[in-house]
Structure formats: structure tokens, C-alpha cells
Design a protein around this ligand. Structure first.
Ligand SMILES: *Cc1c(COP(=O)(O)O)cnc(C)c1O
Length: 362
């Protein structure tokens, strides 16, 4: 049975993206080397920057976390101080990275149902002048909220801090201009809104900052500068590349362009979200977040008040009908999540809602 994934990744992908992986390719084959080059330039263009503007794209093997860890452990030097803005599990993940790598850091925490504010960030930075780098999540997939990256970026630039953004679950599904948003490092991965298959993450980096990473990585395989240097000098990855997922991703990028680019994809995801919101509200489901801070990538719904509700049964019964949803990740509240991203269209959301209605009536 063909299943539809209403998750934050891996996502439902098109048949043509999967078909792009049907032929083996050597890592030194010119077809592969050209695909890597096209992807690196294409990703910069999606963020409205280019090499000529002073930006570079580094592809890192592994899932999204590998890319974030590569940036965090390479960009923050041993005498630098990192501020981590946290309002969910993905922010907490960066705190773990900082601890493991022995990075000097501060954590500014907000509740999971609140956004990070530029004002609180500004006040904290004024109090702690030793901070050199700031890390924040754009779309906090834990809940689905969007942090105000442009406003936080403005504070960082005014105070001359390096700004690192985990835009994992939003890049490709939300228009982002890296320069206008004053982001120095933007990280996302192959299996989120560009709609490729899992296999790698990518960091879009301001070249002037990337150059400072030379020799300061805390890990061999996650050395951001060395990885870039390899890709730049001979077009090769230092270690075995995710060949097939690169080929799938290049096809996914073509399909993003055919759809009409990020603006068109964002519009489709927003329509999915609207259909989902209206349908779930009609069935009596309540959302965890206030609508003003909710993004259009993924939504957290509270468990229904009915004490007989059992999430595992609910999940399995939807799964049997071909719909894969996602458990919650909130620290204090029981909720489940439904994503709108990937090859999902409004009619698919309506079909999911029909299935939920059937189950809810039982
Ligand atoms: C998906 C995601 C990641 C990366 O998770 P992986 O499981 O390593 O792919 C990081 N941050 C956010 C906000 C995400 O949504």
C-alpha cells in the first residue's frame, strides 16, 4: 500500500524523485560531480544568495542533526561563547552538542508554547558581552511554531554576533532571504521541504565566517571547513557520499522549480494547513499553540478529552488506512502532530480527515 507521510520528515516523495535513484553512480563520475555542483549552487539561489555575494554551500553526509553539529562544533572556536535560544527539543539538542563538545555556552529558555523574542535576546546579549555566536531554531518542529528569525537576526547584527539558524523543517517551504535575515549559517537537510530522500544535510554559510572555521573543528567527520575545502577543490566528498540521495535531491530541486519555486510550495503547504485546521476543528480537536505563532509546517493537536483515547491505537489504525502521523514531543502535554509538507495535496489532507472522522466516531 502506498502510504502518505504526514510527518516532519522523511516525507512523502514523488515517484520521479525515487526513480532518480535507480542507477548506480560512482562518486567520481562526472554526472555525480556535476549534480553536487548544481545542488550547491541551486541551494544558495533558493536562499537568494550566491558565491559571488560571499556565500558557500557545504553538504554534510548524514541526517539534519549532523549538519547542525558540524556547524556548531566547527564555527564556535574554543575561546568563543555560544548563546542557544531554546523553546523546544531541537534547541535542547544544540545544548547537548555544546556540552559534548565542551563549547562555552549560555542557554536562554522560553516555554514550549512561546516564541523566542528579539527583546529578550537583546537584553541577554547586553548582559553577557562575552557571547560571540547565537543559535536559534526557525520552525521548532517540537510544536510547529515559527521563531521571529528576522528580528533576532537584526539584534545579532546590531551587536555583531554570528547568527546560526536551524531552518531544517522550514527551508524550501518558507521564503527565506539569508542576507536580508542576516543569517551567517543556515542549516537544513535533504528530506524536508525540498522533498528529497534522507541522506545528507547542508549548511549555507557566509564565506567570511566559514574561513574562520579552518582548523578549529572538534571532530574529523564533521569538520565543516575541510568538508567545504574538499567539495571546492576537486568536487569530491572526503568520505563516501550519499550518491543516490544526491541524484534524488537534484530531481527534487527540478520539481520544486516546476512547481513554481518556494513561493508556490509555501502556498500549497498553507492550503494543506488550512484544510487540516478547519477539518480538525470540525472534529473537535484542539491545537496546542495559539494561531499567531503557529507555522504552516506541522501542527500539534492535544489528545481528545475522551479517556478511552489511546494514541498507539489511533496511530496504528490510521497507518492501516495508509496515513502516517507523528507522535508528540512536548515535555508536559500529551499531543500528536500532523505535518503538511512533502508530496501532500489538499485532497490527501481531506482523505486523512475522513479517516480521522471514522476513527473518532467509533
Ligand atoms: C528534522 C529536524 C532536525 C534534524 O533531525 P534529523 O533527525 O537529524 O534529521 C533538526 N532540527 C529541526 C528543527 C528539525 O525539524
Amino acid at each position: 500500500m502506498r502510504k502518505l507521510l504526514f510527518t516532519p520528515g522523511p516525507l512523502t516523495t514523488s515517484d520521479t524523485v525515487k526513480q532518480a535513484m535507480l542507477e548506480d553512480v560512482g562518486s567520481r563520475d562526472h554526472v555525480f560531480v556535476q549534480a553536487v555542483k548544481d545542488i550547491r549552487n541551486g541551494l544558495l539561489a533558493l536562499a537568494h544568495v550566491s558565491k559571488e555575494d560571499g556565500y558557500e554551500c557545504v553538504i554534510v553526509q548524514g541526517s539534519g542533526t549532523f549538519g547542525v553539529e558540524s556547524v556548531i562544533s566547527s564555527a564556535v572556536g574554543k575561546n568563543d561563547v555560544l548563546l542557544i535560544l531554546v523553546n523546544g527539543a531541537y534547541g535542547e539538542r544544540i545544548v547537548k552538542m555544546a556540552n559534548i563538545h565542551g563549547i562555552i555556552h549560555h542557554v536562554l529558555r522560553f516555554d514550549e508554547d512561546e516564541i523566542v523574542t528579539a527583546a529578550a535576546t537583546d537584553a541577554f546579549l547586553q548582559e553577557h558581552k562575552e557571547i560571540t555566536h547565537v543559535a536559534c531554531i526557525h520552525s521548532e518542529t517540537t510544536t510547529g511554531l515559527f521563531n521571529p528569525i528576522t528580528a533576532i537576526g537584526h539584534v545579532c547584527k546590531t551587536l555583531n554576533k554570528v547568527f546560526i539558524v536551524d531552518a531544517m523543517s522550514s527551508f524550501g517551504g518558507v521564503e527565506m532571504d539569508m542576507k536580508a535575515m542576516q543569517i551567517d549559517y543556515l542549516v537544513s537537510s535533504s528530506n524536508k521541504c525540498i522533498e528529497g530522500v534522507p541522506g545528507f544535510s547542508f549548511a549555507l554559510c557566509k564565506s567570511a565566517e566559514l574561513n574562520k572555521c579552518k582548523g578549529q573543528a572538534r571532530s574529523l567527520s564533521l569538520d565543516l571547513y575541510d568538508q567545504w575545502y574538499g567539495l571546492e577543490t576537486n568536487g569530491q566528498f572526503r568520505f563516501t557520499p550519499p550518491t543516490l540521495s544526491i541524484l534524488a535531491f537534484r530531481q527534487a530541486m527540478r520539481e520544486l522549480e516546476e512547481e513554481g519555486g518556494i513561493a508556490a510550495r509555501e502556498a500549497r503547504y498553507k492550503t494543506n494547513k488550512k484544510v487540516l485546521d478547519e477539518g480538525m476543528a470540525a472534529l473537535g480537536y484542539i491545537q496546542y499553540l495559539q494561531p499567531e505563532i503557529q507555522g504552516h509546517i506541522i501542527t500539534s493537536f492535544l489528545y481528545p478529552a475522551d479517556p478511552s483515547f489511546n494514541f498507539a491505537d489511533f496511530y496504528n489504525q490510521l497507518n492501516d488506512r495508509g496515513f502516517v502521523i507523528y507522535p508528540g514531543k512536548l515535555s508536559k502535554t500529551d499531543a500528536f502532530r500532523i505535518g503538511n509538507i512533502g508530496q501532500i495535496y489538499p485532497d490527501d489532507v481531506k482523505a486523512l480527515l475522513e479517516a480521522i472522522k471514522e476513527l473518532s466516531a467509533k
